[in-house]
Design a protein around this ligand. Sequence first.
Ligand code: ZN
Ligand code: ZN
Length: 196
Amino acid sequence: MAKIGIVKVKLDREVNCYVISDASTKEAVVIDPGLPADKIAEQLNGVTVRWIVATHCHPGHVAGKDDLKDITGGQTAIHGADAKQFLRSADRYLLDGDELEFGEFKLTALHTPGHTPGSICCVVANHAFVGDTILAGGIGRQMPETDIRRQMMSIGTKLLKLPLTTALYPGHGPATSLERELAQNPIFRGAGAGAR
Ligand SMILES: [Zn+2]
Ligand SMILES: [Zn+2]
């Protein structure tokens, strides 16, 4: 298996942007292109950006995507439901299960509506980039368009289908794992021990 590189870039509004690269081919995807785009570009270290993907279209997670596209030539991708909700355009509108290739890796988009209608989680090998769908010890800040019941359903039907050892990289705060969140995150309290 090729080696994966994951670089976290702290952006405005305390948003985590991630640059995920194939260490051998130097091809990469950028997740959550907020602002400033220059700060992301500085962390690229010569990789070729294939895809620029937003987990959802709250400004902090997407506002730098066109600037970053201009700088890197990567193709932008968002879920169609958020394109509609926030009147955003992209080169590609993702559907549940869509795969984006970079080097020897592929990113699989899981549609996890709730925080926004078009929220996605991006799975690469044993890593999941989850946006505001789940954070270490909580969930992303609820916004007017948030449907919390739908979000819990998405977590239960999509994220909990992933292996427990999956590392989670939220849109804010520290990284964690599915196993740790299942044990510690208050949103699972009352779900019962073996609830997968
Ligand atoms: Zn958000
Ligand atoms: Zn956010």
